[in-house]
Design a protein around this ligand. Structure first.
Ligand SMILES: [Fe+2]
Length: 378
């Protein structure tokens, strides 16, 4: 029997009011001088305040609030300056996927002399000598609060470098759905749909395991049942709580592997497009491509989505995703997202060569990717 690696995840304080556990999290991780990294939007809507009010005044706190919308090397390097100037000894990342991924990169370089771009090119530079790291998501979808991977763009218009190492696994996650209360409907929709793509691609991957499979199917159900409610009424905390849980479940699913939906996001990564929107726009074409997949897993995804039994599950899953996207006013093509480039050959190459394809149950050929990209592009 083949020996498999079953991943582990950080401990999580989960639920309304979980942010009040920050003192315990700091004590557990031995952080006495934390740097909070976040973005301007979270300062303006009071989410940062919500966190800092929960931190004892005895703690010597520093703040860097200029992480960009998509994670970049310069954003991480600027936060490193503040970390070093203030003699910090640990990181709290408060934000969406960009902030949480930036924190993973920051923890790698705090104790190194090498610049970040060299660490990104040489994964052996990522060692156990990383800064303590607490994640606090302000969105529900990326799963970055618990995963060991992430992406950092050399600059906003350049494809991201992947970061992946067990040493990047956050030490503790604090997942308080209250922090997602002010997340605008469109972002609620787009980040939430990212979670369902993680659950579906992870569940279908060739690297799946029974523990994470069960989690992924439950995550699919949760997104289907609650995303519409969270979109329509951000103050519906039952829906928010379920979406926060689905995001974590998506993070667990990611560790089984992703697939062509995420490979397609590489085809358009030369423009600063929102990741969640991109993957939900790409999902229907891949689900139709999966029609006839060997085994029962595609049918099980359809069942988890509450769809009736029958042939061609891929078509029914695709239709359901399209309906959800439409209901939540998300675009239906990449062109509608404002993507202007036309180099189809390069897009096919980037999607086809993506490492996300390797655990896929069926990898599109270049010819198939051409057809899929033309459809997704619109
Ligand atoms: Fe994703």
């Amino acid at each position: 029997m083949q020996v498999r690696f079953l991943p582990s995840f950080p401990p999580i304080f989960f639920g309304l009011g979980a942010v009040g556990k920050i003192g315990e999290a700091l004590a557990t991780t031995n952080i006495t001088k934390p740097l909070i990294i976040t973005d301007r939007g979270l300062v303006e809507c009071g989410v940062l305040n919500h966190l800092t009010q929960s931190i004892s005044s005895n703690i010597d706190l520093s703040i860097f609030d200029d992480i960009p919308e998509n994670p970049t090397i310069s954003g991480v390097e600027n936060s490193l300056k503040v970390y070093r100037e203030n003699g910090c000894n640990g990181i709290i990342a408060l934000g969406g996927g960009s902030v949480l991924d930036s924190g993973k990169a920051l923890r790698v370089i705090t104790n190194q002399d090498s610049p970040l771009h060299l660490c990104l090119k040489d994964p052996s530079k990522i060692t156990a000598d990383v800064a303590p790291y607490i994640t606090i998501p302000s969105t529900a979808g990326t799963g970055a609060e618990i995963t060991w991977g992430g992406g950092i763009h050399p600059d906003v218009d350049t494809p991201a470098f992947g970061l992946r190492s067990p040493y990047l696994k956050p030490d503790i996650a604090i997942c308080d759905p209250e922090l997602t209360r002010t997340l605008p409907p469109k972002l609620t929709a787009a980040t939430g749909m990212d979670a369902i793509t993680h659950c579906v691609e992870g569940y279908l991957s060739n690297n799946s395991n029974p523990i994470s499979e069960a989690v992924a199917l439950d995550g699919i159900k949760r997104v289907i049942n609650y995303i519409g409610r969270a979109f329509r009424d951000g103050k519906d905390m039952e829906a928010r709580e379920n979406m926060s849980m689905a995001a974590i479940q998506g993070g667990i699913a990611i560790e089984m592997g992703l697939g062509p939906i995420h490979a397609l996001s590489m085809a358009f990564s030369d423009a600063p497009l929102h990741h969640g929107t991109l993957v939900t726009v790409s999902m229907p074409a891949i689900m139709r491509f999966y029609n006839g997949l060997k085994g029962e897993k595609l049918d099980q995804v359809a069942t988890a989505m509450g769809l009736p039994k029958g042939g061609n599950s891929g078509n029914r899953i695709a239709k359901k995703i399209e309906e959800l996207n439409l209901e939540m006013e998300l675009p239906s093509t990449v062109r509608q997202m404002g993507y202007k480039k036309n180099d189809l050959g390069r897009m096919i190459e980037d999607a086809s060569s993506s490492h996300f394809n390797s655990p896929a149950p069926k990898k599109p050929t270049k010819e198939e990717y051409k057809i899929i990209i033309e459809e997704v592009l619109g």
